[in-house]
Ligand binder design. Sequence first.
Ligand SMILES: [Zn+2]
Length: 76
Amino acid sequence: MPVDPLSLFTIPLTLALAALFSAAVAYDFITFRRRRKNGNQAVYRCDACRHIYTVPRRTPLAPCPKCGKQNEPVKE
Ligand SMILES: [Zn+2]
């Protein structure tokens, strides 16, 4: 049974993309943990929709990713 030349190309490509994606996820996870350890992240709670989110750098105001309202950081 002859091997389809298209699958010869797409299977390694799919595997390479999956490997790259998992590497990106792992990198994101590691840097996120490192930032948390440094304590630079600020926690915000949206007054409008109660969404809780973090921002890498503490700023006086940060927009809510869900509704866009500007919120002050939660006091810690
Ligand atoms: Zn919101």
